[in-house]
Design a protein around this ligand. Structure first.
Ligand code: ZXY
Ligand code: CA
Length: 512
């Protein structure tokens, strides 16, 4: 009996739901389209010192070079081989990044594009990031190798061979997603080839995978290749650690395919999270922050221990893939910081922070005609991330939301309150809310059109705390505002509705 209990505890600890972050780090950041050498530097100079647990990196494989439009970001979602060779760097640079990030306790998670190869109409040749030959028309990818037998052309039952209806679960899994050649994941050869690619990355030292387009893979086929994966490299991780798995399933509740079908394989992206949080903060559809009291499963989200949560991702921030108008991004910086702050303070799910590049957003008839634009580059070569030391933000077109001090300090807040419950909720029945995390941290928001001035129970020990949104704790003083918690745990908060950042967060590591 005791042994069984121990085994089940071990299972939870080492299983595919566990991100294996180190030192009690509780979130990860997506460094979208960054070069491997820049990520290595960022791990050392910024992510490790500020408590980030890991990085989701862009797909590392060789991909089709698309010239019409000119090198879009989405070309990296059109693999043509599993050589580690992309605009972010070669295999040597990738290995150096993994080694340098692991050495400072920051994990690497790879975006794995395994549902498909490139589009069927891409022309044959060597227009690929590593010069490998491929012929999509003939289903020939000799650098893998894959041939006609390895695709679902025969299995797909739609008239065009494309996914024509998301109401037909067979089409969604067996047909082409906007022309992308659909791999036959029912075949053992394809499963083994994918597992060999992922095992290569595991041997290099990565900690897990985002499985792109998971909705388009049968859950059983997913399980079949995941079961072939090795445990994580014991040079960096405890013996018996399974790779962390989070599956990209866009389930807003309107399609027959449900996130829950994938829970057995690992975590799943909760797309309702950012869609709903954006709606609440924008005060659309009569939503208000007071309704966030039962945020999480109470909003019919998936179980917290299965959820990978985010305010925006690389698709929906530019209107792609379930990118409804409610999604908040760096373009709406004030509300965005509140949303990310709320996400990081709230115990629901495992959070991923987005880090973007700017693009020349331009709406025509409600659509951003530049939604395809790729990362900052010189003649196709991705630009380095330059950091501006005075405020530690970024230049060269990189947004670096993870370096905004409000977001960085909330990443730290989440680590400080790790393991604490959701306590001392307060709201004014409108858009002023507050909650604590046990006796470790407390956060207050004012999204109303009038000032907040309230005496609230924080649950914290008496003392003077630095607000980590308006500033930092610097040795023996606060660079922003100070909050005084009395011996009864209560404190007075005032937040102007016109404040640059209308929220305040305090925690025990920022107490004077
Ligand atoms: N793209 C534009 C132009 C090409 C890329 C587009 O209009 N696509 C047609 C709509 C289908 O959207 C796509 C979805 O997943 C992808 C796509 C894709 C996954 C990929 C590569 C892709 O085109 O090109 O690896 C998609 C899947 C869903 C869903 C909604 C959208 O509910 O299950 C895009 C690119 C989107 O819109 C994209 C790219 C990478 C991703 C992703 C979406 O990881 O999630
Ligand atoms: Ca498929």
């Amino acid at each position: 009996m005791r042994l069984l209990m121990l085994l089940s505890v071990l299972e939870v600890c080492w299983a595919q739901y566990n991100p294996h972050t180190r030192y009690g780090q509780t979130s990860i950041v997506h460094l979208f389209e960054w070069r491997w050498d820049d990520i290595a530097l960022e791990c050392e100079r910024y992510l490790a010192p500020n408590g980030f647990g890991g990085v989701q990196v862009s797909p590392p494989t060789e991909n089709a070079v698309i010239n019409n439009p000119q090198r879009p970001w989405w070309e990296r979602y059109q693999p043509i081989s599993y050589k580690i060779c992309s605009r972010s760097g070669n295999e040597h640079e990738f290995r150096e990044m993994v080694k340098r990030c692991n050495s400072v306790g920051v994990n690497i998670y790879v975006d794995a594009v395994v549902n498909h190869m490139c589009g069927k109409d891409v022309s044959a040749g060597i227009s690929s990031t590593c010069g490998s030959y491929y012929n999509p028309g003939l289903r020939d990818f000799p650098a893998v190798p894959y041939s006609g037998w390895d695709f679902n052309d025969g299995k797909c039952k739609s008239r065009s061979g494309e996914i024509e209806s998301y109401n037909d679960i067979y089409q969604v899994r067996d047909c082409r997603l906007s022309g992308l050649l659909d791999l036959a994941l029912g075949k053992d050869y394809v499963r083994s080839t994918i597992a060999a690619y992922l095992n290569h990355l595991i041997s290099i030292g990565v900690a897990g995978f985002r499985i792109d387009a998971s909705k388009h893979i049968w859950p059983g086929d997913m399980k079949a290749f995941l079961d072939k994966l090795n445990n994580l490299n014991t040079h960096w991780f405890p013996e018996g650690s399974r790779p962390f798995i989070y599956q990209e399933v866009i389930d807003l509740g309107h399609e027959p395919i449900k996130s829950s079908e994938y829970f057995g394989n690992g975590r799943v992206t909760e797309f309702k999270y950012g869609t709903k949080l954006g709606t609440v903060l924008r005060k659309w559809n009569g939503e208000k922050m007071a309704y966030l009291k039962n945020w999480g499963e109470g909003w019919s989200f998936m179980p917290s221990d299965r959820a990978l949560v985010f305010v925006d991702n690389h698709n929906n921030q530019r209107g792609h893939a379930a990118g409804g108008p409610s999604i908040l991004t760096f373009w709406d910086a004030r509300l965005y910081k509140m949303a990310v702050g709320f996400m990081l303070a709230h115990p629901y799910g495992f959070p991923r922070v987005m880090s973007s590049f700017k693009w020349p957003r331009y709406f025509e008839n409600g659509k951003d005609i530049n939604d395809w634009v790729g990362p900052p580059n010189d003649n196709g070569v991705i630009k380095r991330v330059t950091t501006i030391n005075t405020d530690s933000t970024c230049g060269n077109g990189w947004v670096c939301e993870h370096r905004w001090h409000q977001i960085r300090n909330m990443v730290i807040f989440r680590n400080v309150v790790n393991g604490q419950g959701f306590t001392n909720w307060w709201d004014n029945g409108s858009n002023q809310v507050a909650f604590g995390r046990g006796n470790r941290g407390f956060i207050v928001f004012n999204n109303d059109d009038w000032a907040l001035s309230s005496n609230l129970q924080t649950g914290l020990p008496a003392g003077t705390y630095c607000d980590v949104i308006s500033g930092d704790k610097n040795d023996d003083h606060c660079t922003g505002s100070e909050i005084y918690v009395g011996s009864d745990g209560r404190a007075h908060f005032s937040i102007s509705n016109t404040a640059e950042d209308p929220f305040i967060a305090i925690h025990v590591d920022a107490k004077l």
